[in-house]
Design a protein around this ligand. Structure first.
Ligand code: PPE
Length: 309
């Protein structure tokens, strides 16, 4: 089903949420965006870490000198209104801010800044069985961008040209996803997910200085793991550490916590979801399915979304 889209302050029918082909974003990739999930918990519909995602959107826009004409509070209200209006009890939320009409040419400073919030139903990102069985991945031949090329802290549309090269290669080679190394050859992240490695009971993940996206799910998993007594180290890992891992998993809004069962045809652990991955998935599901929220990560969606469905 197609749901109304919030476009510069008003909800418009899906078919009417259009832009001109000469919009700056079409030619130069000048957009910043977010991916957020709303869950139907046992205590009603709620959005996972909404304000953190919207703050990252505002930060991404700031890096690219785009002035969003809405405050964080206004974007939060708009998001909740869009969900409630859709009648969906669970959904994926895609806010996007982009450069519109003005002038052609690389200089975007005279172009409009447009703000959109769309919602749709989106199931398991890496396949229906992935959350239990794990996925097969390869190390990508394309690197993550160098820190002085594109700002990695910005979740910008243009960054995903690199991500889609990684993803296409992986899929055409028969894998589900690709893992990027940074320019120095250290493990960075997937095309649309952060990555964790488990070895001898300790968790490892790349530091944000390796040009990864500072994932909000990554942050949640670090918190949940430390609460359960695990050590989590943000450190540089060489490629071959992937092959020696006891467990590997991706984190992301779309991917949630997805186990990896092989890398470059090296079997990881027993070739299925590992016990620490399962424990952290369980802790995550306790929040998003049961609605247990000791960290204040859930924002309830007002009726009618919470009651319909
Ligand atoms: N790294 C990248 C490159 C990335 O795109 C994402 C999210 C993450 C890490 C995880 O970040 P977070 O969602 O805050 O935990 N990718 C989004 C877009 C996926 C898409 O195909 O579109 C997402 O998961 O929503």
């Amino acid at each position: 089903m197609q749901h109304d889209i919030w476009f510069n302050g008003t909800l418009v029918p899906y078919e009417d949420a259009k832009i001109h082909v000469l919009s700056h974003v079409v030619h130069y990739g000048s957009s910043v965006f977010e991916g957020i999930r709303c869950y139907r918990t046992e205590r009603g519909s709620a959005v996972f870490r909404l304000r953190e995602h919207l703050q990252r959107l505002i930060d991404s826009a700031r890096i690219y000198r785009m002035e969003i004409p809405y405050t964080l509070d206004e974007l939060e209200r708009a998001t909740l209104e869009t969900i409630a209006h859709s009648g969906l009890t669970s959904c994926y939320i895609r806010p996007v801010v982009f450069r519109g009409m003005g002038s052609m040419g690389v200089n975007p400073l005279k172009n409009t800044v447009e703000t959109v919030i769309a919602v749709w139903e989106w199931g398991a990102y890496l396949g229906a069985e992935a959350l239990e069985q794990g996925v097969d991945v390869q190390v990508a031949s394309w690197n993550r961008m160098a820190p002085n090329t594109f700002p990695a802290l910005a979740k910008a549309g243009g960054n995903y040209l690199n991500a889609s090269l990684v993803k296409m290669d992986a899929v055409l080679n028969g894998f589900t996803e690709g893992i990027m190394l940074n320019v120095d050859g250290y493990v960075a992240e997937g095309s649309g997910e952060n990555l964790f490695l488990v070895r001898n009971g300790t968790l490892y993940t790349a530091p944000t200085s390796l040009s990864i996206l500072p994932g909000i799910t990554r942050d949640a998993v670090i918190t949940l793991a430390r609460e359960r007594g695990f050590t989590v180290e943000e450190t540089r890992l060489p490629r071959e550490a992937l092959y020696l891992a006891d467990e590997l998993f991706f984190t992301g809004t779309a991917a949630e916590i997805t186990p990896i069962r092989s890398v470059d045809h090296h079997r990881i652990g027993q070739g299925t979801r590992g016990p620490i991955t399962a424990e952290l998935q369980e802790a995550f599901f306790d929040v998003i399915r049961r609605g247990n929220d000791p960290h204040g990560w859930l924002t309830p969606v007002p009726a009618p979304a919470a009651t319909e469905g």
